[in-house]
Design a protein around this ligand. Structure first.
Ligand SMILES: [Zn+2]
Length: 458
């Protein structure tokens, strides 16, 4: 969409941790957008932390069109100076209902104000993270000034001037936070009393793609004088493998009590095992992540999950780890590092018939490496003959690890079985047939022999 006011089209692309893009038009106004996967607190490279006592926090906010989702927080969530603690907290965000095309929100600043900038923050794991909206402004003193009652009415309603259009939609990543800053360098955005936000779904055709807006700040005057949420100082342990082939960062900001353990125990474990896992699971043209990030998050943010991997980032539940330092902590990290190396996203194979491997393969391989190669002495995935009789080879995790171990011992394929199984999964060509291709026996034949505890002939 073009706007008639356009004098120049400013697209200031700001590349934060990942990157991002900008709005379409509007006179001199700059729109910067940044993404962050850093965890809580909305820490961005150029966009400041969310404000608490900005002018917007004292304004009157109102939904004038569109249906608010039943699980959304109230509209206060947009200006209360509070942010969610995790990537999927509906009640701590404000969002429109599934199926609502566009929503309209007005803010009355109660007097004509020198608006310096507008900054919006969102956080979600998926299609609700990007921001797609336009913002209009008015003094309220324009002849015939009125409020539109629907998006279609905006252009026919007197007094409103479009300030910016924003679109941060792009390939999304898990747990991503988006921040958008609308401002004019060395000037104010304008003198306004009323702001109007036209909120759009991020994916046309996806009913569940209304953005989880965590905060929208309207700053008047000096942005440096505004009170911001407080985020703890970032504390990281950085190291590499001796040959410097791989770099690692452990973010202990939210678990200072684990800093020493991370430095003394986790660091050598990672240096030793990450390259080992990479070497175990090669495939043609595949390159494992060269920088792996580990971060401790609080239990609330982890929703009780001990650990998970997302791309090259491993998130670890601080409370769970604290209780498992002499138990499962190290093994869990090995398991997650295998997920990083698996790289089963299909990114390099999309459009070439990539078929996502089943969950029991995705989880069975990490548990095989963990229980049978990393800590065999714990016997964590052993099965008694009694339990084996009723076991299901595709029951995932330890049970599938036990099955994979049995297949490897009976059909080692010159020591390449694991590598070949993983390559098939990574390249999206894994199927039940893979077992027959690699061992000469069907999946069912193998599973039956495994359950009976037979030693197969080779
Ligand atoms: Zn897993």
């Amino acid at each position: 969409m073009k706007c008639s006011l356009m004098k120049s089209c400013c697209r200031l692309l700001s590349f934060g941790l990942a990157a991002l893009l900008a709005g379409d038009c509007v006179a001199e106004v700059k729109v910067t957008a940044e993404l962050s996967q850093e965890g809580s607190f909305f820490r961005f490279e150029n966009v400041p932390l969310p404000a608490i006592d900005d002018t917007g926090s004292k304004g009157k906010w109102k939904v004038v069109a569109g249906q608010v989702d039943a699980n959304s927080g109230s509209i206060e969530r947009l200006f209360d100076g509070r942010v969610p603690a995790s990537a999927d907290q509906p009640s701590e965000n404000f969002f429109f209902a599934a199926g609502t095309q566009n929503g309209l929100i007005t803010v009355d600043l109660e007097q004509v104000t020198d608006v310096a900038e507008i900054v919006s923050y969102s956080w979600h794991t998926d299609s609700r993270a990007p921001q797609v909206f336009s913002v209009y402004a008015a003094t309220g003193e324009e002849p015939g000034f009125a409020f539109p009652v629907s998006v279609d009415e905006i252009s026919n309603t007197s007094g409103w001037k479009k300030i910016a259009s924003v679109n941060t939609r792009q390939v999304n990543q898990n747990g991503v936070q988006h921040a958008v800053r609308i401002f004019e360098p060395d000037a104010i955005l304008g003198k306004f009393r009323h702001l109007l936000f036209e909120m759009n779904a991020t994916e046309p055709g996806n009913r569940f793609s209304h953005t989880f807006f965590s905060e929208i700040d309207v700053i008047a005057g000096d942005a440096t004088k505004v009170q911001r949420i407080t985020a703890p100082e970032v504390r990281e342990i950085k190291f590499t493998t001796t040959d410097e082939a791989y770099r690692f960062t452990i973010d202990v900001t939210q678990a200072l009590e684990l800093e020493m353990w991370a430095a003394e125990e986790l660091n050598p474990l990672i240096q030793d095992w990450y390259p080992k896992i990479v070497a175990m699971l090669p495939s043609e043209g595949f390159e494992a992540a060269r920088h792996v990030r580990f971060r401790f998050l609080r239990d609330e943010e982890m929703k009780g999950i001990p650990a998970y991997a997302s791309g090259p980032t491993i998130s670890m539940n601080a409370e769970w780890f604290r209780g498992q330092l002499n138990g499962e902590a190290r093994g869990a990290v090995v398991h997650e590092m295998v997920h990083v190396v698996q790289g089963y996203s299909g990114r390099n194979h999309r459009g070439r018939g990539f078929v996502a491997p089943p969950g029991w393969i995705v989880e069975g391989i990490p548990d095989y490496i963990r229980w049978f190669l990393f800590e065999p002495e714990t016997g964590g995935a052993r099965l008694s003959a009694e339990r084996l009789k009723d076991a299901k080879h595709d029951a995932s995790y330890r049970t599938s690890a036990n099955f994979i171990d049995w297949v490897i011992r009976n059909h080692p394929n010159d020591g390449r079985f694991l590598e070949q199984l993983n390559a098939a999964a990574r390249e999206g060509r894994y199927s039940g047939e893979t077992w027959k291709e690699l061992t000469g026996k069907t999946e069912q034949e193998l599973a039956d022999a495994w359950r009976e505890g037979r030693q197969d002939d080779r």
